[in-house]
Design a protein around this ligand. Structure first.
Ligand code: TMP
Length: 225
């Protein structure tokens, strides 16, 4: 029988370094001959990428209500779970996803202040029981995250991201919301200090994988169970 699949999600506010760390981890896992599937939310399927474009860049989105936003994120996720994530896990792949249902819990449920029970029910419909084995929260001071995101925006071309135009208080609510959620679901979450340099964060993540799943440690030859 092949190896069991593993579903790892990355969460954190803008500028916390998720995508860089996903790249590092995927290279490492591939060096161990694991199949790695790298995904991002919203997006990662043709339907999801259209939804991403609508949510983040479409001119009409400035009039979008929080409820419509909630359903669009959920729609992208519902597609991704069934089209990509479940088949990948069934093959034994490691799925690394940049954001997943916790982003909705925090951004729409906490920062946009939608009803948390309703957000949770919509999340349940979208994921249909497919939950991460591990969620890495890259925790960073909100102001520092904004600084890093602004530096990145200044060095990339393209349209402005609607989701990055909020007030400072929005990102503070996001950070606090994540920390509270991680404390409530401490079995699934690990909080990583994202103020460390890139190598420091990378080695903290590798340590979590060694300890939780015996990946990259002495037991690696026995695979993931
Ligand atoms: P990012 O992946 O480049 O950070 O951009 C995604 C943006 O969308 C980010 O501002 C967070 C936001 N978002 C939500 O508000 N809810 C969600 O469910 C997801 C997946 C993302």
């Amino acid at each position: 029988m092949g190896q069991a699949g593993l579903f790892i999600t990355f969460e954190g506010s803008e500028g916390c370094g998720k995508s860089t760390q996903i790249r590092h981890l995927s290279q490492f896992l591939r060096s161990l001959e694991r199949e790695v599937v790298m995904l991002r939310e919203p997006g990662a399927t043709p339907i999801g990428e259209s939804i991403r474009n609508l949510l983040q860049y479409d001119a009409s989105a400035s009039a979008m209500t929080p409820e419509a936003e909630l359903f669009l994120f959920a729609a992208s996720r519902a597609q991704l779970v069934r089209e990509v994530i479940r088949p990948a896990l069934a093959r034994g792949a490691v799925v690394l996803c940049d954001r997943f249902l916790d982003s909705t819990t925090v951004y729409q449920g906490v920062a946009r202040a939608l009803d948390s029970g309703e957000v949770s029910r919509i999340n349940d419909v979208a994921v249909g029981g497919t939950l991460p084995d591990l969620t890495l929260l890259l925790d960073l001071d909100a102001a520092e995250g904004r600084r890093r995101a602004a530096t990145r925006a200044a060095t990339t071309t393209g349209p402005t991201d609607r989701m990055e135009q909020e007030q400072e208080s929005f990102y503070e609510a996001v950070r606090e919301g994540y920390l509270k959620l991680a404390a409530e679901q401490s079995g699934r979450f690990v909080v990583v200090d994202a103020s460390l340099d890139e190598e420091g964060v990378e080695s903290a993540i590798r340590k979590v994988l060694r300890e939780r799943f015996q990946i990259g440690g002495e037991e690696e030859s026995h695979g993931i169970h």
